[in-house]
Each structure stands twice: as C-alpha cells, then as structure tokens.
Design a protein around this ligand. Sequence first.
Ligand SMILES: *Cc1c(COP(=O)(O)O)cnc(C)c1O
Length: 393
Amino acid sequence: MRVRDRALLNRRLDGLGTTIFAEMSALAAATGAINLGQGFPDTDGPESVREAAVRALRDGRGNQYPPGTGVPELRAAIVAHQQRFYGLAFDPDTEVLVTAGATEAIAATMLALLEPGDEVVAFEPFYDSYAACVAMAGAVRVPLTLRAPDFRPDLDALRDAITPRTRLLLLNSPHNPTGMVLTPGELAAIAELAVERDLIVVTDEVYEHLTFDGTVHTPLIALPGMRDRTVSISSAGKTFSFTGWKVGWVTGSRELVAAVRTAKQFLTYVASGPFQYAVAEALALPDAYYTALRDDLQAKRDILATGLAAAGFEVHRPQGTYFITTDIAPLAPATDALTFCRALPERCGVVAVPNSVFYDHPTAGRTQVRFAFCKQHDVLEEAATRLRKAFNG
Ligand SMILES: *Cc1c(COP(=O)(O)O)cnc(C)c1O
C-alpha cells in the first residue's frame, strides 16, 4: 500500500488536530491584534536570572548533556523550595526529576504509569496536553465537568467516577483555564478517596505561586497518605516568566520518580542545560520576589476583569493562574465561543481562546472564552478599551 493511500495519523491521536493556541496565535500575528490567547508573559523574568543563564552558558555549564535526572544544583534547589514553601522533604538523588517543562513531565508520567485501557479521571475543562498524553498512552480519559460560576469540583461525582479500571487522577490546581484553586477541604476529600481506592494522583502545580486574594496553594502530596502515591509536577516557566526555557520537574516517591524517569529518558533524555543552572538560582530568590510576582498579577487580573465586565462579559473571577474565564452569553447568546474567538481580532483587535475546546462535553463550555492577563498594564488597558468600544459603545 502507498503511504498516501493510508490514514497516516494513528487512531490514538485521531481527532486531536492542531492546538487552538497555534490557530489563535497565527490569527494574532496576521491581524496585529493584542494576543490575550496564549498564556505567556510579554515581559521576561528577573534580569539576575537571565544573567545567570548567560553566565552558565559562557562558563560552559550545561552546554553538553547534563545528568539525566537534572544538574545537582537544580535538584538541590527544588528540594530546598519544597522544604521552604511546603515543609516537604525529598531526596535530591532519587525523589526529584528535572524535565523539559511540565509538559514533558506530564507526558512521561502518563506513558510510564498507564496501561492501555486504564481510566484517568480529570476535571474538564482540561489543559490541552492532558487529552493527548492520555491518548498516546492508550488510556481512556474520564472527564468530570467543573461548572460555572465558581468551578468547584463535584466530589460526589468524583467518587462515582472511580471504577476498578481507574488508575489515576490527573489534577490541576491552580486550574487552567478556570482559575479555581482547590480548598483544604477539597484536597482532604480527594486524598481520602485516593487512599480508600488506592489511586495514584498526578498534580500539575505550574501555577503554585500565582494565587490571589490570600488564597493558599497546598500540594496534595503534603496530605496524609499521599506522599507515596502522588506525582507532583511543576515548572519554572510560569513562576519566573521564562516560558521558553522549558525547565520543569517531578517530585515524589523513589518508586514513582524511577518509573517516570524510565519514560522520560527516551523522550528527551535531557533538556535546557544552561537554563537548569539559572532556574536553580531563581528558586532561591527571596520571598519578596514571589510576593511581588503575585501582587503584580493580581493587579493585572483586576484591570482585565474590570474591563471585561464593563464591556458586558460575565466574568468568573479567578483565584489563581494567568487566566480569566468569561461567558459571552450576555453579549452574544446565540454565538459559540469558537466562532466568537475567530471573529474577535477582526472585530476589535483582541485575541482570546474558546474554552469549549478544553471540554470533552463541548456544550458545557459552549459560551466560555478565556483571556490571559499576564501582560503589561497598558496592554491590558488598551485591550479593555477596545473590547468596551466594540461591545458596549
Ligand atoms: C503552561 C502549562 C503547562 C506547561 O508547562 P511547561 O513548563 O511550559 O511545559 C502545564 N500545565 C498547565 C496547566 C499549564 O498552564
């Protein structure tokens, strides 16, 4: 048979298509619109951290394959960070693994831990790589819908969703795109359920430092019974505003980290050599850095939330992350989010992302649109002005 006569993409990846971020960022580039679609900051992180990367590169640190688990300086810094912020102790040699961003950590974890046919329970809307990674592992995703206005998880539905085939829970808190942060009570209930049903839990915590209004993030792995059944994932991209560096990490028990390492070594083996040294320095920044980052982002959230509300959007105020989820129903009840987002740059020079694509049940998010606020204040003000003019005269 000739190559072109066959369906080329394997059935596991069928229907995954191109990520919405590629489409919307291309639209932003083509129209010159303000890009509030993809979640990356429009200013780089601390100059001292950037300089640390330059220094590492010049000094010849990390220009050749670093150790497969990550450079010792970074593993030590990750351990110190977990101890400093959460009182958690990890062995830097066996319980920490450096990855090519959280994205590779998620992929390696799914490939390492899942058998074909295993069920993975996750809250939708989900970060778009989850569906792809679960599919590549040949597993089955079981979505539980987070519902507006506050997107709290339905813990009874979670309990009911667990079957004998459930292998793991894949959690994301602070949650992209809704901005929901799990409460201590919710974390405790999830931990109890995981212990009772003997589940592994994978936690995507890339927004761990980006919480607002005094909301506190607690890693699930800190809860009773969770230390040996949780794969805790984070990354430098969001915390230090260097999303292009792709330095992420996994912390967990020796056994879980060894399993993830087995898959990870055949994906990239290693990545981001010199940046690993810079991130080691970044993690040790004083508390003032983390506080200022959070305060600045909260101010940005407020600028955009106020602007969106003034333009007539229903605004779901996030407790964390880079994103505001809105509902366009008050503005355009008959329009779905994807149609709305495709027309938005032409209409007013702003790009946003339809949340509907992050659901398995698209009707659940049919009129939800996500805006990123990790942008400079004047950019957010300008976007707000454009939206107000377009929708509210
Ligand atoms: C940005 C993001 C990631 C990816 O992190 P990288 O370190 O850039 O790979 C993973 N999960 C969520 C929820 C994100 O928003």
